[in-house]
Design a protein around this ligand. Structure first.
Ligand code: HEC
Ligand code: HEC
Ligand code: HEC
Ligand code: HEC
Length: 287
């Protein structure tokens, strides 16, 4: 999935202009991403590759992506890209709405989407090396690989340590709501630009990518209507059991862990943008 899109560009401009645009865009990406601005230089580098800023390391591999992604045989029980981990059961979590704050407007879907992918490590329940497809040929030996040696003060047997704030756990009542409708509801596939029910929220942008309607909240001072990794992503959930909330009839946007976080960025605490001046919070909330 690419985060940038150029609406209707191919149809409106000549091929040479299009290619020139792509070359400029690629050059722009290349120059704005110095070698250090990569997941290798973050706490999400869990193998033996040098550069990790975290303390948790698994001796069995010098790979980085394998703890989360596999090119083949991925889990498809939630809409997350090529996920190499068995996802926890949604019912194992207590959701924020059960706290019962009287100000909450939005409906809550089962824990799923990209959030349950984050929680496949951050719930602290399963070893982080327990992947579906370990490096190398075939699957024989994957269990032995997964049971290999972990080091680092913030894990026990590869599970994020109990009591650490990074151990989000299975009780989500003390965490910002996830799997929650954006703006208290109102946005849906048939009315993608409708006003949100709760007017204390910024207007979301939307686009049709393939057959899926996607929404996001622009973070630029002057919203540019183009989806970037530094915008607050909203995640589309289809209607239906296990995906949407009870009574949902069509695709709608939800706030998930990766609305605020990009797991690959070198920004502090993996935030999509700096939170100076509470910019992350004010990207969505009008307060
Ligand atoms: C700690 C877990 C984790 C690791 C390690 C990881 N990813 Fe991801 N990746 C994710 C999650 C979660 C998503 C979905 C995030 C989102 O919606 O922005 C994702 C999305 C992606 C996407 C699609 C969205 C995008 O940002 O372009 C690509 C491509 C990708 N990862 C590639 C990689 C590669 C290549 C590596 C290794 C160099 C890697 N990832 C390592 C968790 C991880
Ligand atoms: C493969 C396991 C794994 C997955 C999947 C994973 N993380 Fe992490 N994450 C870790 C580990 C390990 C740490 C470091 C924990 C520690 O040392 O306390 C960490 C740290 C973090 C931190 C704290 C960074 C800091 O600077 O202190 C954030 C924020 C975070 N992860 C968010 C996410 C989000 C959001 C997702 C999903 C998009 C995700 N993680 C998916 C393993 C994972
Ligand atoms: C609405 C925005 C938002 C959502 C949604 C969100 N986070 Fe965060 N998260 C933040 C911010 C902001 C911080 C930085 C807090 C700080 O500086 O202490 C943070 C910090 C963290 C940390 C590091 C905690 C610390 O203080 O060291 C982890 C781990 C984390 N988030 C994981 C997750 C996971 C997993 C999810 C989904 C279950 C999630 N986040 C959902 C905004 C969000
Ligand atoms: C991606 C958009 C988004 C971002 C970014 C965001 N929020 Fe939220 N937040 C929401 C949504 C949507 C709700 C659910 C509101 C509702 O349904 O009433 C919510 C709910 C809340 C609630 C609970 C309201 C209640 O009635 O119980 C608080 C408090 C809150 N957010 C604070 C924050 C803070 C603090 C930050 C920054 C760290 C932040 N939010 C960042 C979208 C966001």
């Amino acid at each position: 999935m690419g985060w940038r899109h150029w609406p209707a560009m191919a149809g409106k401009r000549g091929l040479a202009t299009l290619l020139a645009g792509i070359i400029v865009a690629v050059a722009g990406v290349a120059t704005s991403l110095p070698a250090s601005a990569q997941i290798k230089n973050t706490k999400h580098n869990l193998g033996t590759t040098a550069g990790s800023t975290g303390v948790n390391q698994f001796s069995g591999t010098a790979e980085i992506c394998v703890f989360c992604h596999t090119p083949h045989g991925a889990d498809t029980s939630a809409a997350v890209p090529l996920w190499n981990r068995t996802l926890p059961l949604p019912a194992s979590f207590t959701t924020y709405d059960s706290l019962g704050t009287s100000s909450l407007d939005g409906k809550t879907a089962p824990v799923g989407s990209v959030s349950i992918a984050c929680l496949s490590c951050h719930d602290g329940v399963t070893s982080m090396s327990a992947v579906i497809n370990a490096p190398g040929s075939g699957t024989a030996g994957d269990a032995t690989w997964a049971a290999g040696t972990w080091s680092g003060a913030n894990q026990t047997g590869g599970k994020i340590g109990a009591g650490l704030i990074t151990n989000i756990g299975v009780d989500l009542r003390n965490d910002h709501p996830i799997g929650i409708q954006y703006g208290g509801g109102g946005l849906k596939a048939s009315t993608p630009a409708a006003a949100t029910t709760d007017t204390d929220f910024k207007t979301a942008s939307n686009a049709l990518i393939g057959t899926t309607r996607v929404w996001w909240v622009d973070t630029e001072a002057a919203p540019n209507g183009t989806r970037q990794k530094t915008d607050m992503m909203l995640y589309t959930r289809a209607a239906g059991v296990g995906s949407g909330y009870t009574g949902q009839t069509e695709a709608e946007p939800f706030v998930e862990c990766a609305s605020c976080h990009d797991p690959h960025t070198t920004n502090g605490t993996f935030l999509r943008i700096s939170n100076a001046g509470s910019a992350v919070c004010l990207a969505c909330h009008i307060k």
